[in-house]
Ligand binder design. Structure first.
Ligand code: FAD
Length: 444
């Protein structure tokens, strides 16, 4: 079979691209091994809710229009939201089709699947950035008596045996799991490396609202000093709950979670933690302060200071003194380990030499320049700070379609540049027209 564009994966990234391809009348197919938005049904734990507010669920031509714009959808609700989008845009999805190989062929691509073969001019890699858990090699030294689980397999605390739990990693996933496991009666030790501290609310508004209106989430990949590093920055320690509770280290310590440094080594079943916990926490406090300063400056420049509560700062992170540096896993205190140590994409099916030693596709803002006609969507900071969020897929797809269409047209246009929307292309509705319009709603 032949088409202009094959999109691998029908999550929000693939679907956002599909909508933009349709707007440009570009013939395409989405090949999906499971079901539409399946990762939200099969790869998330039971209690997970979005950490982004519902109003931030924006896809090309669609916004959240339910009655809880400031709430946080459950995973089932997110999956339904995305699946209904696929129907609304009549996305040409072929489900139950696993792509087993993508290779270059006749100036385009040959895509092999377990349901047949496709040839195409362009290919979009939308298979997801978080489909494989990253477990450090030192896990091999964990005593066999200890149950080890990853967030992709974990569903709820009952998956774990009674007894202590070591959660490794303190980004959004690690802090959320540490919280619910501690509350289940299993004492948690949380191993903390580099992390990003965030409050749920600041000056009366959600932190994501502030980051959205102040342009923090829109910061572009070609504006930051060190994009390699920016793409590795962990997710912020927040969660979406009805109470809008904080999930930072102080909040976890207050419910009894013990915090320790980064898991640095495993020797004869003894876990050794880095002594740099205090430094890591001070750095996270410092960076939070910088973010809040950016927000405060934006609020002042937008004449908001009279309408929102005053600027303030949060208590520094309380660090145990001295911190625990060793934990003998042979002693029975720890019954299980949860590896919340990050996720990786899976490109095992990609037979084009564009994957680096860390397993990430080399690209320039989603354009895989080493393999003309290949595009990527959904990875951290692909084009913007928000690229791995639902909202990011929206804006990134609207950018990338320009490059892809120009490539198909064979034009000499700069393929990294964003082309104007095609005639009839529906611009994405925004929550407020401009930051100033958003600001006006404060006074209500
Ligand atoms: C724990 C967690 C919480 C998150 N919370 C939020 C949040 O609150 N807000 C937010 O905006 N974002 C959140 N994200 C980030 C992001 O929105 C999700 O990861 C989202 O699922 C990414 O969408 P995607 O389309 O890029 O990838 P996916 O949803 O993973 O979709 C990719 C699709 O490709 C398919 N696929 C992969 N390989 C193949 C193949 N070889 N052949 C055929 N099909 C294939 C998969 O089956 C999958 O359906 C979270 C992510 C994680 C991991």
């Amino acid at each position: 079979m032949r088409t202009a564009t094959v999109v691998v994966g029908a999550g929000q990234g693939g679907l956002a691209m599909s909508r933009c391809l349709t707007d440009r009348s570009i013939d395409h197919v989405l090949l999906e091994r499971g079901e539409v938005a399946g990762s939200w049904r099969s790869q998330r734990w039971d209690s997970l809710r979005l950490l982004t507010p519902n109003w931030q669920c924006r896809l090309p031509g669609k916004v959240y229009d339910g009655d809880d714009a400031d709430g946080f959808m459950t995973c089932a609700e997110v999956a339904d939201f995305i699946a209904s989008y696929a129907v609304e845009i009549a996305a040409p999805v072929q489900i139950g089709t696993t792509v087993t190989s993508v290779s270059r062929s006749n100036g385009g691509y040959h895509v092999a699947t377990d349901q047949g073969e496709w040839d195409c001019d362009t290919v979009v890699l939308a298979g997801g950035a978080f489909n494989k858990p990253h477990v450090p090699p030192l896990a091999e030294g964990v005593p066999a008596s200890i149950r080890q689980v990853t967030p992709l397999a974990y569903r709820n605390p009952d998956d774990l045996p009674d007894g202590g739990v070591l959660v490794v990693g303190a980004s959004a996933t690690g802090v959320q799991l540490a919280h619910e496991i501690q509350l289940s009666g299993r004492p948690v030790t949380l191993s903390v490396g580099e992390h990003v501290r965030g409050p749920r609310l600041y000056r009366g508004q959600d932190i994501h609202w502030w980051m959205d209106v102040a342009g923090v989430l829109d910061e572009r990949y070609d504006e930051v000093d060190d994009i390699v590093r920016a793409r590795r920055v962990p997710s912020m320690q927040i969660a979406g709950t009805e109470q809008r509770s904080d999930f930072d280290l102080n909040a976890l310590t207050s419910i009894g979670v013990r915090i320790v440094g980064r898991l640095a080594a495993m020797r004869d079943g003894v876990a050794l933690f880095s002594w740099s916990l205090r430094n890591k926490c001070e750095l996270a406090d410092l960076k939070l302060g910088r973010l809040l300063t950016t927000i405060d400056e934006w609020a002042t420049a937008s004449d908001l200071d009279g309408t929102v509560p005053p600027a303030h700062r949060f208590e520094p992170t309380a660090v145990p003194d001295p911190p625990l540096l060793m934990l003998d896993l042979n002693r029975g205190e720890i019954a299980s380990i949860v590896w919340a140590s990050g996720f990786r994409p899976d490109y095992s099916w990609l037979d084009v030499d564009v994957v680096d030693a860390k397993g990430m596709v080399r690209h320039d803002g989603g354009v895989v320049t080493e393999s003309p006609g290949m595009y990527l969507i959904g990875t951290p900071f692909l084009r913007r700070r928000k690229s791995s969020f639902i909202d990011g897929a929206c804006d990134d797809a609207q950018d990338l379609i320009g490059a892809l269409a120009a490539y198909l047209d064979g034009t000499a246009a700069d393929r990294h540049n964003v082309l104007p929307p095609a005639p009839g292309e529906v611009p994405t509705p925004r929550r407020g027209e401009t930051p100033a319009a958003e600001a006006a709603s404060f006074g209500d």
